[in-house]
Design a protein around this ligand. Structure first.
Ligand code: NAD
Ligand code: UGA
Length: 480
C-alpha cells in the first residue's frame, strides 16, 4: 500500500534543504515540513523576523518563508525529535570533496551523510522513507541502507523499517525557487515501488506526472553526477574557445550564437565567463573521476579531469592577462573588482572564480577594492584568507597605492571603488553592473583606464566614448 506522507523532516538547512523544503511546504499545506540542522547560528537566521537576514539569498524565497514559516514549515535544531515524528526524511547535508585519506582531492566526503543515517537509524519510528537529496556517489544508498538495517535488531522499537530512495536535486542557485516550482524533471530512484510512489505523490501536488521519472537507484545517483559534468563541460568548452577567439580575431558571442542555433547543441550554457564556480561542478566531476579510476577506467577519468583542469587554467589565464594589459605590472596599482559571488542572484562564493583571480592579483601586488551587492566583507575575508583594510580610511583620497600592495578593502559603492583605480574587472553578472554610469566612472579612474568585462555584459558603445579601454572575454578585436 502506498504510504500517505504527512510529516517530512529534512536534515540540512543549506542552499538545497532550505529552498526545497520551502517549496514543498508551499505546495503541500497538508504536510508538516520540519527542517533541522546542527548549526545553531544558521537555524537562528532561518527564523529571523527580518527576512533580509535569511542565511541564503535566493529570489522569491523570502515570500514563501513569510507565508509558510510557523504554519507547516519549521526550522530548528531538534534533530532527534523531528526525525522520530517523520514518515519521510530527506538527507540534504553537504558532501564536499575529501581533503585527506583515501580518495583525497577527488572522492566525496560522506561523513555527514553517514552521521545522519546513524541518527535516523536511532531515532526513526515505524516505517520511514529515507530520501537522498544530497549529491552522492553511486552506491551510497547501499551504505545508508546498511547503516539503517544494522540498527534494527537491537533497537528499542523493533517495528521500525526503512526504504531508501535517491531523489537528486537539480536546482541552480539564483533561480532555485523557479527551478523547484517548475522543474524540467524530478528523478526518483529506488527499489520499492510503494516508496517511489509515496514520494511521487508528494511531487504530484505541483509537478505533472510526465516530468517525474522513476529509475533504479544507481541510475538516479549517476544521472546527477553526469548532469553536472555535462553542464560544466559545456562551460569549459566555450571558455577554451574564448581563448582561441581572442587569438584569432573571432568573437565568442558570435560563435556561441552560431553553434547554439543547432538544435542538437542548444543555446543554453554557452556564455563564456571567468570559469565555472559553485559548490558542486568541480566536486561532482572530481567524484566522477574518482569513480572512474576506482573501476579501472583511466581514459574516462582523464576525459572528465580535463574539464576541471581547463577551468583552473582559464582563471589563471585571466589574471595574467589583466596584469599584461596594465603594462606587465600591477604592483601598487588599484584594481576595482565588481562581483565576488560565483554567479548573479546568490550570496554564495563557494569555488567562485573571483577567489582565484583576486588571489592572483593580490599576489602580484595589486590593491583591490572589492564590491558585491550580496556577499559580505567577512565572507570575502574567509575566502581570501587576508584581513581587509578599514574602508572608513577613505583610500580614494590617496595619490598612489604602493603602501597597499597585496591588500584589499570592501566597498559598498561602485563609484568609490572606482576612484583612482587603474582597472575595473567585472567578475559577476549582477544587473546593477549593466547600468553603471560610465561617464562618471571614467572621471574617477586613473588614465589609461581599463575595463575588463569578463562576463560580457557591457555594450562597447556605452564605454568607448568615455575614454575607457575595454577588454571583453573572447573578443578577438579587443582593441576598442
Ligand atoms: P550547505 O553546506 O549549504 O548545507 C548543508 C547543511 O547541512 C549545513 O547547514 C550543515 O550545517 C548541515 N549539516 C551537516 N551535517 C549535519 C548533521 N549531521 N546534522 C544536521 N545538519 C547537518 O550544502 P548545500 O549547498 O545545501 O548542498 C547540500 C547537498 O546538495 C550537497 O550534496 C550538494 O552537492 C547538493 N546540491 C547542491 C546544490 C546547490 O545549488 N547548492 C544543488 C543541487 C544539489
Ligand atoms: C549547477 C547546476 O546548474 C544545477 O542543475 C545543479 O543542481 C547544481 O549545479 C548543483 O548540483 O549544485 P549552480 O552551480 O547553482 O547549479 O549554478 P549554474 O547556473 O549551473 O552555474 C555554475 C557556474 O557556471 C557559475 O559560476 C556560472 O557563472 C557558470 N556559467 C554558467 C558560465 O560561466 N556560463 C554559462 O553559460 C552558464
Amino acid at each position: 500500500m502506498v504510504q500517505e506522507i504527512k510529516n517530512i523532516c529534512c536534515i540540512g538547512a543549506g542552499y538545497v534543504g532550505g529552498p526545497t523544503m520551502s517549496v514543498i511546504a508551499d505546495n503541500c499545506p497538508h504536510i508538516k515540513v520540519n527542517v533541522v540542522d546542527n548549526n545553531f547560528e544558521r537555524i537562528k537566521l532561518w527564523n529571523s523576523a527580518n527576512l533580509d537576514n535569511l542565511p541564503i539569498f535566493e529570489p522569491g524565497l523570502d515570500k514563501i518563508i513569510k507565508k509558510r514559516r510557523g504554519k507547516n514549515l519549521t526550522f530548528s535544531t531538534k534533530i532527534r525529535e523531528k526525525i522520530s515524528s517523520a514518515d519521510m526524511i530527506f538527507i540534504s547535508v553537504n558532501t564536499p570533496t575529501k581533503t585527506k585519506g583515501f580518495g583525497a582531492g577527488e572522492a566525496s566526503d560522506l561523513k555527514w551523510v553517514e552521521a545522519c543515517a546513524r541518527e535516523v537509524a536511532r531515532f526513526a519510528t515505524d516505517h520511514t522513507i529515507v530520501v537522498e537529496k544530497s549529491t552522492l556517489p553511486v552506491k551510497t544508498a547501499e551504505v545508508i541502507k546498511n547503516i539503517l538495517e544494522a540498527s534494527q535488531p537491537n533497537s528499542v522499537d523493533k517495528c521500525k523499517s526503512f526504504d531508501v530512495l535517491s531523489n537528486p536535486e537539480f536546482l541552480a542557485e539564483g533561480s532555485a525557487i523557479k527551478d523547484l516550482e517548475n522543474p524540467d524533471r524530478v528523478l526518483i530512484g529506488g527499489e520499492s515501488n510503494e516508496a517511489i510512489l509515496a514520494l511521487n505523490n508528494v511531487y504530484r501536488n505541483w509537478v505533472e506526472q510526465d516530468k517525474i521519472l522513476h529509475t533504479n537507484i544507481w541510475s538516479s545517483e549517476l544521472s546527477k553526477l553526469t548532469a553536472n559534468a555535462f553542464l560544466a563541460q559545456r562551460i569549459s568548452s566555450i571558455n577554451s574557445i574564448s581563448a582561441l577567439c581572442e587569438s584569432t580575431g573571432a568573437d565568442v558571442r558570435e560563435v556561441s550564437r552560431a553553434i547554439g542555433l543547432d538544435s542538437r547543441i542548444g543555446s543554453k550554457f554557452l556564455n563564456s565567463g571567468p570559469g565555472f564556480g559553485g559548490s558542486c561542478f568541480k566536486k561532482d566531476i572530481l567524484n566522477l573521476v574518482y569513480l572512474s579510476k576506482f573501476f579501472g577506467l583511466s581514459e574516462v577519468a582523464n576525459f572528465w579531469e580535463g574539464v576541471v583542469k581547463l577551468n583552473n587554467w582559464h582563471q589563471h589565464r585571466l589574471s595574467k592577462l589583466i596584469s599584461q594589459k596594465l603594462f606587465g605590472t600591477i604592483s601598487g596599482k588599484k584594481i576595482c573588482i565588481l562581483g565576488f559571488a560565483f554567479k548573479a542572484n546568490t550570496n554564495d562564493t563557494r569555488e567562485s572564480a573571483a577567489i582565484n583571480i583576486c588571489k592572483d592579483l593580490l599576489e602580484e601586488g595589486a590593491f583591490l577594492n572589492i564590491h558585491d551587492p550580496k556577499v559580505s566583507k567577512e565572507q570575502i575575508r574567509n575566502d581570501l584568507g587576508i584581513e581587509s583594510l578599514d574602508s572608513a580610511n577613505n583610500y580614494s583620497e590617496k595619490l598612489d597605492f604602493f603602501n597597499f600592495e597585496g591588500k584589499w578593502v570592501f566597498e559598498d559603492s561602485i563609484y568609490n571603488a572606482a576612484e583612482k583605480s587603474d582597472a575595473l574587472v567585472i567578475l559577476t553578472e549582477w544587473e546593477q553592473y549593466k547600468k553603471i554610469n560610465w561617464a562618471n566612472i571614467s572621471k574617477k579612474m586613473r588614465k589609461p583606464s581599463w575595463i575588463f568585462d569578463v562576463r560580457s555584459i557591457l555594450d562597447p558603445k556605452d564605454i568607448i566614448p568615455h575614454d575607457l579601454r575595454l577588454w571583453r572575454i573572447g573578443d578577438g578585436s579587443n582593441n576598442h
